[in-house]
Write a protein that binds this ligand. Structure first.
Ligand SMILES: [Zn+2]
Length: 243
């Protein structure tokens, strides 16, 4: 009988057909003119600039305040001062240095018998309140151009030498704009309600070393009165203000 032995070539062909793996899938190639893949940018969340917030260091609610009570309708002026002012020392005009924060000077006013103020604004824009707005404070002495100023006004002290040389820092002026705008909004006051102490009192001190010397120059010629007045009505801040 005849046994048919497959040829070696046929065996090799069969073996190859059994063990050969299917061809690996070829990656899809982009067309030659395709643009390279771009990284998808993360969505940018539009963040509206947060309005600045008026931060005020206040005394406790049960603090035994001085001054006289008054009505909101009594208030029609905001008087701006500087802590420093001219004095005569050894025959020369000299300005007090006025170092310290708003809280330091607020606490200084607490120890004064006759002087008091509603707000103090520090060089860093820090604000401290001494007297509630609906109580009078003694910040403009009787006898100037306008009488009864304390009865009708809110007083603000800026920590500054008031010598016309020391500039008012940006942070301090920004705090002043915010505070003045807040007060004006709550009492429906026009920009012109903001006045300087110097504008209310032009009385003179005795000559100093032969030089004439005014009692009050504050807050001084570097204070941008019209710029701060312009903040009234703009209301670019978020409260809370008032007391
Ligand atoms: Zn003053």
């Amino acid at each position: 009988m005849t046994v048919r032995v497959p040829s070696l070539a046929l065996l090799a062909l069969l073996l190859a057909a059994c063990v050969s793996a299917p061809p690996a899938p070829q990656p899809l190639k982009p067309p030659a003119d395709a643009a390279p893949p771009q990284a998808v940018p993360a969505p940018v969340l539009e963040q509206a600039a947060a309005p600045p917030v008026l931060v005020i260091d206040r005394l406790p609610d049960d603090f035994p305040h001085g001054g006289d009570p008054r009505e909101a309708a009594d208030i029609d002026l905001i008087v701006i001062h500087s802590i420093g002012g001219p004095t005569c020392k050894d025959g020369a005009i000299w300005f007090t240095p006025a170092n310290g924060s708003a809280v330091f000077w607020r606490d200084w006013f607490l120890d004064q018998g006759g002087k008091s103020i509603h707000y103090v604004i520090g060089r860093d824009g820090d604000i401290a309140q001494q007297r509630p707005e609906l109580r009078t404070a003694g910040h403009v002495s009787f006898g100037g151009i306008m009488t009864e100023v304390n009865r009708r006004s809110i007083g603000i002290e800026l920590v500054n030498r008031g010598d016309g040389i020391e500039p008012f820092p940006v942070a301090q002026l920004e705090a002043a704009r915010m505070l003045v705008a807040d007060i004006a909004a709550r009492y429906a006051l026009p920009p012109e309600a903001l006045v300087t102490h110097a504008a209310l009192d032009d009385r003179m001190q005795p000559d100093c070393g032969g030089q004439p010397l005014r009692r009050n120059l504050d807050p001084g010629p570097l204070f941008p009165l019209e710029d701060v007045r312009a903040a009234v009505g703009a209301n670019p801040f978020a409260g809370p203000g008032g007391d």
